[in-house]
Design a protein around this ligand. Sequence first.
Ligand SMILES: C[S@@+](CC[C@H](N)C(=O)[O-])C[C@H]1O[C@@H](n2cnc3c(N)ncnc32)[C@H](O)[C@@H]1O
Length: 364
Amino acid sequence: MLPPRILTLSITNGCNLRCAHCWPDSGAEGISSPVPAETARRIAAEFADLGGETVILTGGEPLTHPDWRPLLDFRRRSAGLREVILQTNATLIDSDIAQALADSDPANLLIQVSLDGASPATHDRLRGSGAFRRAMAGIENLCAVGMGPRMRIAFTEMRHNFHEIPDLLAMLDGLGVGRLIAGTVIKDGRAAESEQLRLPTPDQYRDLLARYEQDETFRERYDRMGTLSAIEWYKQGDDADTVCGCIETPYIDAAGRLFPCGLFQDPASGIPDAHHRPLSEIVARGLRRWSGLRETSRRRVTEIAECRDCANGNRCGGGCMGRAFSAYGAIMAPEDRCHLRRAVYADGRRKQSPTNPRLQVKPG
Ligand SMILES: C[S@@+](CC[C@H](N)C(=O)[O-])C[C@H]1O[C@@H](n2cnc3c(N)ncnc32)[C@H](O)[C@@H]1O
């Protein structure tokens, strides 16, 4: 069984925004229960002792935590960690905060800013009026203190904002921001309640692939800065090896429950008390309870009817079990992006050509 590598640690369920798609359902009402800074520091240090590589601090909005400055101090004690990532909406990052983040530990702090579009129209639709302008001010404040290369942007792919990806990449490139990562919206938390927040369509994926093929500027920029499932699936051709057991990327929520992964929050799989018990004990209990998950994940491709009938079945390995659980509440449901994968794989086969070295698509 693979040991946990990347721990996502929620330090508060409080947030200064109330995003329409928020899966942890964060907001101002959660602001009264931040995780004590000493608890968060202890968990991070113990995770490093267990051989963990990365701690991602999240929320809610971590910068609403009243003690975020002393809390970040744990990095000095957790020398074994390769990287610490602070997830933020950036709306609170004025020049003082930007400087404090730049000064705190140059070695391994990465700031991950959420930006759900290249314009107020798309971003504010999710995050509220004025959020885009304030996030951009935060990003510019970080760039002004030299944090551009140590910043990445997280974009949540949806139907209403997908078309802005090329503009977003161009905008970030102009600002000197290092990377764009994306995740497709998960129909969980507040996103599950909204009819308007929908996954991108197969046509939107195909249009992006066509742009990648035809627009050299976009392709160069993407290859340097981007990670989007549509293009990664298209380029890689085969990601069956990514079948996971959901235990390499555990998540501790603001109530102190450890889950095998942020997407797989089955109440039956959560281990309580991570805020009060040694992490080694909590992780050991988790690993015992989750020992069958990897095998379950592997079985998806042969047991899910849609997978058995799929000409591309061996390519995605049945997709992500955590996403299936988040979207449908069942680990043996097909992944919610199945139709998008099929569109990309079909496109990849059509475009497969010995003169196109970027594509190494195996016949499905
Ligand atoms: C929950 S937020 C917390 C950190 C911080 N407040 C922020 O806005 O980045 C962490 C990330 O999860 C993303 N997220 C929230 N709800 C989501 C959903 N339903 N599907 C996919 N990503 C989601 C956000 O867009 C953000 O990039």
